[in-house]
Design a protein around this ligand. Structure first.
Ligand SMILES: Cc1cc2nc3c(=O)[nH]c(=O)nc-3n(C[C@H](O)[C@H](O)[C@H](O)COP(=O)(O)O)c2cc1C
Length: 278
């Protein structure tokens, strides 16, 4: 029973999960979404198809959305999605189902796994200490046993997807949960929020290497975020910079969010592995 896993990962959480699953299940082929998007025509070949990726703004990240719109899944039978997240609800499963349904398929299983939060802009961001990393790992291993069982037996299963709420009032949560995905996909690309480097930059070029959208290029020993290339908002550049010299400035709030906040790359995912996905 061949399984294909299409994965996208900015800072290694989703990549780690994909690799762990590969060691548990037979005949798994890991396919990096950032790389495969170079092709206009993409066709699945496995019997089981999995998508593993982070939650971005409560929903599906840009490259995964692109893939789902383009991929021909007619040859496959069983579909699952695994979302790694910082802790909020994930609103993307119905959208995935809708895209699969267009080809007469459905999402048979869906899972969410809370791992290290990689967005230093958020108030909730905190670099996890050793004890917290261990707790995340215990949770991941437990979830992997469940995922392995569900996939091996091609069961129908859908995780409880609730997470940290925005407010104690459910109406506020409902509004936020609808507003945020809309803002991320339609408003954010129009509002100027950009990356810049501070004086700590050593010109090492790691940001260029890890950037899955190839938006960053090094010019005169400095990273340039090319305006003609769309950003995937994965924050690989921000989190893998060894001197933490990449920052985010919001023109809307007129402030820098990220100095002195620390960074989070997954402890077992290195620059080479992240770079290899494109
Ligand atoms: C731009 C951005 C938006 C994010 N939005 C959410 C979110 O809405 N809810 C959530 O729980 N985590 C959110 N996160 C955190 C990631 O989903 C989480 O850290 C994920 O496990 C990262 O996976 P990766 O290392 O494979 O990229 C966001 C991260 C980024 C960079």
């Amino acid at each position: 029973m061949k399984t294909e896993i299409y994965y996208f990962s900015g800072t290694g959480n989703s990549l780690y999960l994909a690799k762990q699953l590969q060691s548990l299940l037979p005949e798994i082929n890991l396919i990096p979404i950032a790389k495969i998007l170079r092709f206009n025509y993409i066709e699945t070949k496995g019997e089981n198809i999995g998508f593993i990726f982070p939650c971005h703004g409560l929903t599906i990240p840009i490259p995964v959305r692109k893939l789902l719109k383009r991929i021909n899944i007619k040859a496959s039978k069983y579909f699952f999605a695994i979302v790694t997240r910082g802790g909020s609800i994930f609103r993307g499963f119905p959208k995935i189902n809708k895209l699969l349904k267009k080809q007469g398929k459905k999402l048979n299983a869906s899972f969410v796994i809370t791992m290290g939060l990689n967005d230093p802009k958020l108030k909730a961001f905190k670099v996890p200490n050793k004890r917290e990393l261990k707790a995340i790992e215990i949770n991941v291993q437990e979830k992997l046993r469940l995922i392995e069982n569900v996939i091996n037996h091609q069961k129908n299963y859908h995780d409880d997807n609730s997470g940290v709420r925005f407010s104690k009032f459910s109406i506020v949560n409902l509004i936020m949960e609808r507003l945020i995905p809309f803002a991320v996909h339609y408003i954010a690309p129009k509002v100027k929020q950009y990356f810049y480097i501070d004086s700590k930059c050593m010109s090492c070029g790691i940001c260029e290497k890890v950037c899955p959208s190839q938006k960053i290029i090094m010019k005169n020993n400095q990273p340039i975020w090319q305006s003609i290339v769309n950003c995937y908002y994965c924050y690989a550049c921000l989190n893998y910079c060894p001197t933490e010299s990449i920052q985010i400035y919001s023109q809307f709030y007129m402030k820098s969010y990220t100095p002195e906040r620390g960074r989070y790359p997954h402890p077992y995912a290195n620059v080479k592995e992240i770079s290899n996905q494109k």
